[in-house]
Design a protein around this ligand. Structure first.
Ligand SMILES: O=c1[nH]cnc2c1ncn2[C@@H]1O[C@H](CO)[C@@H](O)[C@H]1O
Length: 344
């Protein structure tokens, strides 16, 4: 049982910023998106690029929905679609933190090209020479306390950045993670959510690193659903992003019909972007999260609400707390995603 609700905060948990006003450059949050595109990653990246509250200063890539080299290709391709090739892409790890090369790839969710089996022409641009971890470290040192890292895939690159610079956790502004399944079943198996399962050792390191972390699990993202009818609305928009997304969504819809028997899709990654764009649409609880790294419950996220003083030392004792999203204003989140994508 997830007993965190006692700590539930009202709608002032994050520093809330106006969502639609013309914001000065200095007020915009600088974000780096760590991503494995991925259909819902593509939606999230285009949503982020349509959101005046944030400035995307880089993309870093990781395995998950696709292998890392394809994630890099897709990230570069999406920036070409958005005409934002000024944004650097840094390629990340090809294997887990423990160097397991045989990673789990969700091509059955996103198509073998990761973008709904559209086989777009290869991008012209190339990734920068720095690795994802090096890029992350450089940026948090350049803008201490000011970078928000949005992690939409397994957490390998973030854990590697923490290994590379032991002060990374203190220098990063916030890490907003799509990860975990709190008090609900996973989506890889009953225990584990896909991103945490992808690299459980890295997830455990990141969750216990002491950084300011907000994690948005599938207990939240499974509430934000785009239906067939919503897709039809998107298809009627002339906007470039809306038209592009309608091309790639079919495969993701078919997967949800197969796996969940729903005529709709879960907006995991776009919902996580909204947690950065308008945090007041979520509430969270605070506690310590550890990750099971082996066995049949590999990838399980186990939350300690710190209400009980356990006798003796446990593996949760003295670990830093993180924020775990527990409620969300799902109609408002969905509407904001749609408005941004329809008007892009
Ligand atoms: O069944 C699944 N297996 C693997 N990955 C999945 C599945 N469903 C969704 N995702 C992907 O994992 C993240 C959320 O856990 C999302 O990025 C989503 O695209």
């Amino acid at each position: 049982m997830f007993h965190g609700f006692i700590y539930l905060r009202k709608r002032e948990p994050f520093q809330t910023k106006p969502s639609n006003s013309a914001m000065g450059e200095s007020e915009r949050k600088r974000i780096i998106i760590d991503t494995d595109p991925g259909i819902d990653d593509a939606m999230a990246i285009l949503l982020a690029l349509s959101s005046p509250e944030i400035e995307v200063i880089g993309l870093t890539t990781i395995f998950g929905n696709v292998y890392t080299n394809l994630a890099t290709k897709n990230a570069l391709h999406l920036l070409e679609i958005a005409e934002r090739t000024d944004i650097p892409v840094a390629e990340g790890a090809h294997s887990t933190l423990k160097k397991v090369l045989k990673v789990r790839i969700a091509d059955f969710v996103h198509g073998s090209d990761g973008l709904g089996n559209q086989y777009f022409p290869p991008p012209q641009a190339k990734a920068i020479d720095q690795s994802a971890a090096e890029f992350l470290v450089e940026k948090v040192n350049q803008y201490p306390g000011k970078i928000t890292v949005v992690a939409l895939g397994p957490l390998t690159n973030i854990a590697m950045a923490m290994e590379l610079d032991h002060k990374f956790s203190q220098k990063v502004g916030q890490i907003v993670i799509l990860g975990g399944a709190f008090a609900v079943n996973g989506n890889v198996n009953p225990a584990a959510e896909a991103n945490v399962f992808g690299d459980p050792d890295a997830s455990d390191i990141v969750f216990t690193s002491g950084a300011d972390i907000l994690t948005v699990g599938i207990n939240i993202t499974h509430q934000v659903i785009m239906t067939d009818a919503d897709r039809d609305k998107l298809a009627k928009c002339e906007g470039k992003f809306a038209q592009y997304l309608c091309k790639i969504l079919d495969c993701y819809f078919s997967y949800h019909m197969d796996a969940y028997a729903i005529q709709g899709i879960y907006l995991h990654d776009p919902t996580t972007i909204i947690a950065v764009v308008n945090p007041s649409l979520f509430t969270y609880t605070e506690g310590i999260v550890r990750v099971q790294t082996c066995g049949i419950t590999k990838g399980l996220t186990i939350f300690d609400n710190t209400m009980k003083r356990f006798e003796g030392i446990t593996d949760w004792s003295n670990k830093p707390k993180i924020k775990v999203a527990v409620t969300a204003d799902t109609p408002a989140i969905f509407q904001l995603i749609m408005d941004r994508l329809m008007n892009s």
